[in-house]
Design a protein. Sequence first.
Length: 619
Amino acid sequence: MVKVPRPSAQGCFTAAYPELVWQKTGCVAPPSAPMAPNLEQAPRRDVGGGIGIVTGRPTGAGPITRASGSFEKVNQQNLSVTSVPTDGPTMPGSYSFQLNTNHLRVQECNGSPTAGLCRGWKQFVFANDGTRGGNPNPDPSPSRLYVEYWLLHYNPDPSQPCPPGWTEAPDDSETHCSRKTDAIQLPYLPIQSMAKPALRLDGSVAKTADGQETDTVTFNDGSGRIYSSTGAGILHVLPPDPQEPASEWTQVEFNVFGYGHGSTAKFNPEASFNVRTTVEDGSPVRPDCQNFGFSSERNNLNFGPPGPVPSSPAPAVVINESVQGPAAASACRIAAVIGDTHQYTFGGLFYDFQATGDFVEAQAGSTFEVQTRKAPGGSTWPNTSVNRSVALRMGNARLALCDGTRLVVNGTTTSLPTGGSLLLPNGVAIDRVNNVYTFKDPSGNSVRATANTGYLDLGIGVGPGAPTVRGLLGNPDDDPHYLEVKGGGALRVPLSHADLYDRFGNSWRVSPSATLLQPCTAVAVGNPTAPFYAGNLNQNTRLWAQELCRTRQVATLWLDTCALDVGVLGASAATVYVGLQRPDVDANPVQPPVCIPGTTHPTCPTPTCSPAGCRRAGG
């Protein structure tokens, strides 16, 4: 429908699938709340924050003419959202879907006293205001679909007005100007609609025969109703400048955010989903991914491994977001090391690794390396290991989090209270929120370490353009069917016990002279004598752990892995599996089912369960 001509060049329109006909309808006033810009030119240092992913055209492609955003793999369990502004009342049920362009060179900035700094910006917005009617909301207000325009940094004097037809945006330091198209009104849309496969926000830019530029926002509510609003002649993008060739529409930011004024969309703890951003720029090549954002609105979600990313139906970037789970501060390429000890590689391979000692987890070029010190699980749980400490090389900085409690910066134990942050001379930022430490360098590489009782969970991200990642979390050519021995040699998974530990694992051991973990507590060094999976737990422990994981809304595919961690590490270990996406390849063997008496088991067809295991009904 987005390519079907509208009855006129601008206005508001509706359509009902499968009819390929637009019907013109009346427009309404757009919301008064501005969907505010992020005015920082550098990437933001948010810990989580649900922002920070921009999809860009590949090298050599033309400017973007159309982009769309949609959601996949939505966990609907208790799905809810509330917009929380920086000041003022919270707004239950309120949120926005935003599809934002990069900053643009526009004709309207020619009237700015500082035309070299002034930039235009476009937002294709679906705004769902659920604030009126009380909570719970018996009479939710309608939604609106429109395009919002900005002239950023229009005047360095905050007392100066905007051009006619534009509205001054609140800012004590300079003048910014905003303007909106007329909006089309939609019924209130509950956040659960994200799970509908057809739901999609689309933004497009076109020029008519007479050179008039039009911007069109289109929204499919997922139930067969399609809405569209078109504006013409509000911003006129200038041709590329030799000094600034990327001045056209070259980047797209799409996500679910708070409802205006820089607010945060706060989801319930079980929330998780994938965000797909698709671009049309004349190239079949998958667009690139960069770790920053244009919107001041945000959400409380973190970035996790996205799982398999299909290449059809069009070039796209897919990221995973969840409130819980093994998160990284950057989202373009992510790996995770969790529990006791499970490796989720950058290429999408999942495998267990229970050796002890110091290992290279991830190495990208000569300026970024992550090492872990894996400690034995103890006499109660032989043949298991946990991440006891982590150390990093970020440029010329050497950093370590020892035993999850002691931060060491360039050899010096450093105090960092919760809510505190450090910015090192080389640009490395360190943040702490409660038991979560985040390390991020100027290239977009990041490590997010969650300090649990006795062990660490790690989310590791590498920035755009990073060299091939090697180590326990690397795959040769990013192929999840292989692991690479240091010094060369690919091993196809699943590996034998000897290949996994004697060949692959030992090759990535770090010698005492090369370790970054010298400030941390020493541990025993060795390899397990045999694999240890959920099936090695005694049945009562496994039954209890599986049921606890199930009550925490852990997906069926992770029940055995979650049960292993809960059995060894305790109930809190289940949290990291909420919203964790399926890997491309799981190298661990499938465990035989264990049933809880009086219940059915998801891996047994129509079973009756008993302490002895699964029996088919009537069997």
